[in-house]
Design a protein around this ligand. Structure first.
Ligand SMILES: [Zn+2]
Length: 328
């Protein structure tokens, strides 16, 4: 402070006020303002007598002070601006840092979410695969069950068909057997048999000889007396008795049986007659015992096939029986 600033006047008061205003306008600190005020008070006390001090000098000092104050204010403002800039930069940095942190956090969260989603997706895929596998297994099981059922049904049907076929076959076999039996019975009923079982053919039909009136009227079967004589075919007895039953004493005991279709059979030289006229006999049925009665040279059965019941209508009996299928 210059001692020249000791004069006290209304102007100094005005300057003091201006300085204060300047200080306030430049944003000066309270200390600086107080300093100016103190200086002004000091000079007013010490130099109240020198009010004639140069106004221009005071103005110059005030300007210098104002300039200094402006400079200081400018510097402070610059510092403040710098600090603000630094603060701003720091804030920016902090913001950037926070943003980076936020970004990193978001990234981490996104990564975490993605991992979670992936895990969820994986779990879902796993569950879906498990479900699909279970479904496929169930389907396979059902198919196997159905196949087994089908196979069983097929086997049952096959078995049933086989049983049916077997039954049909058995029935056919039984029917064939029955038919064959019936046929055999019919054949037996229709067939002819030998009048004696064991024999030797001796005098033939139409053979010439002293034993007969003209030629031999039948076939002689040489057998022992008492041999079983049977009906060569079923029919009705029309003649039975001694003397050829009406055909002459040369025949001895004789029987004639009517068979139908103009066919008769005659049995002669019998030792015993076991049927009577009118009796119906079956093929092969016992009718007499062989002998040697009548005009006979030895024990034998004289056998004829006739077209009537009487003598004189005979045909070759061996040819006749052979035509009926017998071998003799
Ligand atoms: Zn004879």
């Amino acid at each position: 402070m210059s001692p020249r600033l000791t004069s006290r006047s209304s102007r100094t008061s005005a300057l003091r006020t201006r300085a204060a205003v300047l200080a306030a306008g430049f944003g000066m600190s309270a200390v600086l303002g107080a300093g100016v005020a103190v200086a002004a008070d000091t000079t007013s006390v010490g130099t109240s007598a020198s009010a004639s001090a140069s106004v221009s000098g005071v103005a110059s000092a005030v300007e210098a002070q104002a300039a200094a104050q402006a400079k200081a204010a400018k510097t402070a403002a610059a510092a403040k601006a710098k600090a603000a800039a630094a603060k701003k930069a720091a804030a920016k940095k902090a913001a950037a840092k926070a943003a980076a942190k936020k970004k990193a956090a978001a990234k981490a969260a996104a990564k975490k979410a993605a991992a979670k989603a992936a895990a969820k997706k994986k779990a879902a895929a796993k569950a879906a695969a498990k479900k699909a596998a279970a479904k496929a297994a169930a389907k396979k099981k059902a198919a196997a069950k159905a196949a087994a059922k089908k196979a069983a049904a097929k086997a049952a049907a096959k078995k049933k068909a086989a049983a049916k076929a077997a039954a049909k076959k058995a029935a056919a076999k039984a029917a064939a057997k029955k038919k064959a039996a019936a046929k055999a019975a019919a054949k037996r009923a229709a067939s002819w048999v030998h009048p004696v079982r064991k024999y030797t053919l001796s005098a033939k039909f139409a053979q010439a000889g002293g034993m007969w009136q003209s030629t031999h009227s039948g076939q002689d079967f040489a057998v022992n007396s008492g041999t079983d004589v049977v009906a060569a075919h079923g029919g009705t007895v029309v003649k039975a008795g001694p003397n050829g039953a009406g055909d002459g004493p040369a025949y001895g005991n004789a029987i004639v049986i009517r068979h139908g279709n103009g066919t008769y059979s005659q049995y002669a030289h019998l030792s015993r007659i076991d049927v009577r006229v009118g009796q119906v006999v079956r093929t092969g049925q016992h009718i007499a015992r062989s002998g040697n009665t009548g005009n006979s040279s030895g024990p034998h059965l004289h056998f004829e096939i006739r077209r009537t019941a009487d003598y004189g209508s005979a045909i070759d009996p061996v040819a006749f029986l052979r035509a009926k299928g017998l071998s003799l």
